[in-house]
Design a protein around this ligand. Sequence first.
Ligand code: SF4
Length: 312
Amino acid sequence: MTDWHFPAGQRFQCSQCGLCCRGWRIHVDAQTAARLKGTPEARRLEHKDGRVFVRKDAEQRCSFLTPTNRCELHDRAKPAGCRQFPFRLTRTPDGVFVGASFFCPSIQANEGLDLSEFQPELEEAVAHLPIWGAEGLRVWNECRLKWADYRRLESHILEHPLLEEGLAQALWSLAQFSLNPGRNLNEYLQGAQAALEPPDEPLVLMEHHWYENLMRHLGEKPDRRTLQAPAAPLERYLRAVLQRKGLINRRALLGNLALLFLVPRFYRHWNTTLGSPERAIQECENKIVTHPNNLDDLVERMSDDFRELDPV
Ligand code: SF4
């Protein structure tokens, strides 16, 4: 029997704001594409790089979105990704971890039913998911981390009284471990605080350097001021990403952790430029954590730099 883990106190109720139906590319899974084949709706699909996507209108909205923010495919052939949004499911040796995208305003506002109420409708999706961590997790190139050690790394961050400091220590420890995988990760975690003294060097310098690089890559002007922003939404978001196991899928663990380490800097920047912590978290979720696909080269270079960091 599979264990299910839900984030404590997280609620959701779709308000049909339509936000998740615009902006990004909407992928159509093979089963849904087959169901739509030969129907008039198939003309609104496009094929790219061997995958199928929904065409968007001039305002970048999904072409199946009605003026009242309803989905034309809702009862017939809604793509799997759309059916699942905003839920995030990650299958691991310890069971299924359920989280949700903070791009969704209802998740940020924490309105509606407890996420655990949605378990029956999520069960079908889980059977097809890979089990991340069963054979260790890829840290970088050939270096792998055992699942139990990953859980230790995660606990180190979550139990640290200052979450951002815990993230910095975890990043330094994992980067060092990737250079010496024969050693015990725990030793690095225990020595991280001393290794990172004084606290403003050198991870902070690296943080600024990569924040500026990524900002330029995203086509935005980096902000060099020391920026303040409410801490509670950021802390809640970082904890949610860790709880939903957002570090372990897609790319190598070190790259994911490096991106998460940079999220606070981006959050403060977007809070200043957009004037709202909620908007800032949405940007972090969309551009840094969930859809950093066009950042792959940069993330690779960034991970290399963090691996070469020797602050001792
Ligand atoms: S963003 Fe959230 S609330 Fe808005 S339509 Fe999508 S799932 Fe519903």
